[in-house]
Design a protein around this ligand. Structure first.
Ligand SMILES: Cc1cc2nc3c(=O)[nH]c(=O)nc-3n(C[C@H](O)[C@H](O)[C@H](O)COP(=O)(O)OP(=O)(O)OC[C@H]3O[C@@H](n4cnc5c(N)ncnc54)[C@H](O)[C@@H]3O)c2cc1C
Length: 387
């Protein structure tokens, strides 16, 4: 189905991103997969190409490009011609905007140029060993000591956790209020800040995912983002875009799985005919084509809504749950159509399948997305969730 939201400028951008990925990312994907982390150099190369924090103001080296379609293209191309373990969108659109929206002019001029050039890699740390979905359960504490906050606690499953230089860390500033959180900018070399090992995962192998530890870390007041008691509300504010980013990647991965499978079933023969000739195969692929077109149309519409400042948290949750479950179903069915080959790491479908599993969990699980959608339908929420 023809997509209608892009114009010539976007097509040219897609072309240049593809060339960049083919040159700077594709040759390293297998090595990154094996080593469990991308070379941090690739962020700098993306920065040189103008691909980091494209929305940032020109005075910080950015392009001042707030049209989400450019980020959408980048996400899609990274899935198709790069590696989704390369956490560029997390850097640019999941974390960077906290600095853009909440940072003081001083914080912005201190940090944004490095983020735009790709020298300063960003991460966000909400999840903890004891809590993930329930943000109000965060136990990492930030105690007001006058000229600084004293940070104690730990975080888990943090993307860009090893490569990261600057983390937005959510910590409790009010002991007895579930929503009493602040956001703190923790820098790589701060005393008392350490990281655990790079966690081994079933998918997204090239992404470094780590634990972070804070042992009496002195965070100067200049590194507090916004109001130190409004962190919970800030987090909620940014989650709609996070869901759209994930949904965009899910549809791109589903499309990629479909394309690689179409090629495979035409080549592979059984019982004297291509696998593609079986009615089961054709019907399955036809169902996938249909559902992916529906999902893509939905996501494209939300991208335009987002550009117009009209993306709601609950509709973004609908997209996240629908597209992540679609990705799970498509990659599973496509793997089945590959037979034993699909289980082998060297086949693209095997990685797409393993990567897909986390889409239903991170950035708010499917269950939490359904809670948000139900709440917007007027059904009783009772407790606060991630979202
Ligand atoms: C690869 C990876 C990268 C990640 N990157 C980051 C990152 O960069 N930063 C970060 O902060 N976090 C990150 N996370 C953490 C991720 O956001 C959490 O894992 C996710 O929010 C779920 O939290 P949890 O793991 O604690 O599960 P839990 O909250 O313990 O949930 C366990 C199960 O219970 C269900 N459940 C929980 N509450 C309810 C409810 N009210 N109703 C129904 N069911 C419910 C959940 O849906 C889930 O199925 C990452 C995770 C992974 C796997």
């Amino acid at each position: 189905m023809e997509r209608t939201i892009f114009d010539m400028e976007h097509d040219m951008f897609r072309d240049s991103v593809r060339k960049f990925l083919q040159r700077e990312v594709a040759p390293h994907v297998d090595r990154w997969h094996e080593q469990g982390i991308v070379d941090r150099e690739v962020f700098r190369k993306a920065g040189e190409q103008g691909l980091c924090l494209m929305w940032a103001d020109e005075k910080f080296g950015g392009l001042g490009l707030d049209d989400f379609r450019f980020e959408q293209i980048l996400i899609e191309e990274i899935v198709n011609h790069g590696d989704p373990g390369f956490g560029l969108s997390l850097h640019s659109r999941l974390v960077g905007p906290y600095l853009g929206a909440l940072g003081t002019p001083e914080q912005q001029s201190r940090f944004l140029p490095g983020c735009v050039s790709g020298e300063t890699i960003l991460g966000i740390a909400m999840s903890e060993p004891g809590t993930g979905s329930d943000v109000s359960g965060i136990r990492t504490r930030a105690e007001d000591m006058g000229d600084h906050y004293l940070l104690n606690g730990s975080k888990i499953y943090i993307s860009n956790g090893i490569n990261g230089d600057l983390f937005v860390v959510a910590a409790r500033t009010v002991a007895d209020q579930p929503h009493g959180l602040g956001l703190f900018l923790v820098e790589r070399d701060m005393d008392g800040f350490t990281r655990g090992r790079n966690l081994k995962k079933m998918g997204l192998k090239a992404q470094d995912t780590a634990e972070l530890f804070f042992d009496n870390v002195k965070v100067p007041k200049e590194n507090v983002l916004g109001d130190p008691h409004k962190g919970f509300y800030y987090l909620m504010q940014f989650l709609a875009e996070e869901r759209l980013i994930v949904a965009t990647g899910c549809v791109a991965a589903a499309e990629s799985a479909l394309q690689t499978t179409i090629e495979y079933v035409k080549e592979r023969h059984a019982f004297g005919q291509p696998i593609a000739a079986f009615q089961n195969t054709r019907f399955k692929l036809a169902d996938m084509r249909t559902r992916i077109d529906v999902a893509q149309t939905f996501v494209d519409r939300l991208v335009m809504d987002h550009n117009a400042g009209k993306l709601s948290a609950e509709v973004a949750a609908e997209a996240k749950v629908f597209c992540s479950e679609l990705e799970g179903w498509v990659t599973d069915e496509c793997l089945q159509l590959h037979g034993g080959a699909g289980y082998m790491d060297e086949y693209r479908i095997s990685r797409l399948y393993a990567n897909a599993r986390v889409s239903r969990i991170y950035a708010g699980s499917s269950e939490i997305m359904r809670e948000i959608i139900a709440r917007a339908m007027g059904l009783d929420p009772r407790q606060a969730h991630r979202g």
